[in-house]
Design a protein. Structure first.
Length: 202
């Protein structure tokens, strides 16, 4: 099994943390999807990372599918509840966290264009999604120890990856100052080896 990914992708980080929490060994293959000679299209027609290539060469994407697959590979540290409402709630956290990241990535990419070409209304629209998503996460978390249940789940991992990516690439979203409960939660996550060992590197 090998993971095709980059060391800065927040979606790939989510998958790497899932692997670490579940003690799953996997070869890491670094891929720059923005390079002219990228071969990512051979593994994912959408040209995106992460991609998990299984031993029989089946390629799994995207990060949500990979996380779900990995959780079923071993019962060690179950990260997604078996079914029903509990499962849907954890997956909703993941959708919220990935949605914050999606909007942040849209801003990050737009800002890379020539200043004259950048869509300020587009950036504002995406920034509204980031702000609203982060505020919803803070409300949902409240004063609970974990996003869902009594221990770490995919919900905490996805939220931690989204907020830490924002801090890495778009620090103007000052979620630590605005939402002390998110700060405390992410501080706790960062103390785990799975987060400490997957800090984005450029
Ligand atoms: N929904 C996808 C998003 C993956 C994604 O957008 N990855 C970025 C890297 S952070 C990428 O490969 N972008 C290349 C592109 O959009 O062409 C997932 O969860 O895996």
């Amino acid at each position: 099994m090998k993971l095709i990914a980059s060391l800065t992708s927040p979606y790939a980080r989510k998958v790497r943390i899932v692997m670490a929490e579940k003690r799953i060994e996997c070869e890491f293959v670094a891929e720059n999807v923005w390079a002219a000679d990228t071969r990512v299209g051979e593994f994912n027609p959408l040209g995106k990372v992460p991609v998990l290539v299984l031993d029989d060469d089946l390629c799994l994407y995207d990060s949500r599918v990979i996380a779900e697959y990995l959780d079923g590979v071993t019962p060690v540290s179950r990260l997604i509840p078996e079914g029903g409402r509990e499962r849907a709630l954890v997956k909703r956290w993941e959708a919220l966290a990935d949605g914050i990241t999606d909007a942040g990535v849209a801003i990050f990419l737009e800002r890379k264009r020539d200043a004259a070409l950048q869509g300020t209304d587009w950036i504002k629209r995406q920034a509204g999604k980031v702000e609203a998503g982060v505020a919803a996460a803070a409300r949902e978390l409240g004063d609970r120890d974990w996003c869902h249940g009594v221990g770490i789940t995919l919900a905490d991992i996805a939220l931690g990856c989204a907020l830490l990516w924002l801090e890495f690439r778009l620090p103007q979203f000052s979620w630590r100052a605005q939402h002390p409960n998110l700060k405390a939660h992410v501080d706790k996550l960062e103390a785990r080896a799975s987060f400490a060992d997957s800090i984005p590197r450029v």
